[in-house]
Design a protein around this ligand. Sequence first.
Ligand code: ASP
Length: 439
Amino acid sequence: MKKIVKFGGSSLASSEQFKKVGTIIRSDQSRRYVVPSAPGKRFANDTKITDMLYRCYEQAVNGKDFETALSAIAKRYQEIIDGLSLKLSLKKEFDAIRDNFKKKAGRDYAASRGEYLNGIVLAAYLDFSFVDSADVIRFHEDGTFDPVLTNQLLKDRLSAVEYAVVPGFYGATKDGKIVTFSRGGSDVTGSLVALAIEADLYENWTDVSGFLIADPRIVSNPKCIETITYKELRELSYMGASVLHEDAIFPVRKAGIPINIKNTNAPEDPGTLIVEGTCKKPKYTITGIAGTDGFVSINIEKAMMNSEIGFCRKVLQVFEDYNISIEHTPSGIDTMTIFVHKDEFEEHEQQVISGIHKAVNPDHIELEPDLALIAIVGRGMRATRGTAGRIFSALAHAHINVKMIDQGSSELNIIVGVRHDDFENAIKALYDIFVLTQI
Ligand code: ASP
């Protein structure tokens, strides 16, 4: 059994957190490859090391004195080193960082040092080998990621080391220029290492006990999702639920490696298992509820629209011309509705309306702002009768008017559109009916 374990920033924010991580890793010998993030927030108003590095680098490139900012970063690491009673000095590393900042080595280089230094500290604490991601995670010259070479480099390198720390978030081009993934990218590194070593499991340790069925800012104390498929996760994260970096899914999914989201502060909790497929019956009919606010609908009416060949294409072309992405297009016989993101649409609103008039000469166009979309996702829906009925009766009981309905052909999700003012109540009503009353 081989496991790869990735620890997020809050799991490694202080020496106390490092100790928890050490206990978790040492308690299971199959936890052989460790991917750390940079130290994150220790308390609500704290600053992540990554953000401190971005700021410090900005001062450096603007010709300002950045010594105070750099010392604050060094202090954070020194506190961890002292708290762990390690005999380790990062002086050489910080001298190199100072020089490279003066030489304007790049924002990505700056940010990557958070994971790089944390990797060095963690490897020393665990007595694992340190593998610099600049040597094994490869980017093309244009900054795009090279999955093929990365997989080869990781395989070659890690086959020779039994226990290693590989810092998350960054890699390098063949000439050694450091490139990072987007924010939260250590999840991606974890996934790449899991793929390369053909891991049995990718454990992703964070500060929550897995994915929650609904947003805790809306529903109080929502339950955790025990098992979720990659497809369900994609639906939920598209709608705004996020714990894991999107790009972390593809490499492991392809290889059939499950991901277990675990809580460093409650390691005995089972967390959420993300799998390609499962026969396990889900506990509730629905797996999760997620939603996003900030949509506008454009309702277009024209008599005999249904017989006008090319009508939809001409309308959609107008949106494409202004680079506006379309979320949903529910339609009736003589009506077509387009859901778009308000912030993308607003800027070109009048041009789009006149473009539609020119393209299809409609009888009437109406805009409806302040809409929200809610996705009710669950593989259990396929085998359960009456899910849609329960959704709509729950919303009706909560006096919520449904503006739009869309059931994906996979029967994995139902999306409903509601007014912004009804958004939170709709989510609460759905959680109540599917989870609290357990129908
Ligand atoms: N430290 C980076 C960030 O704050 C990457 C990560 O934590 O995954 O985004």
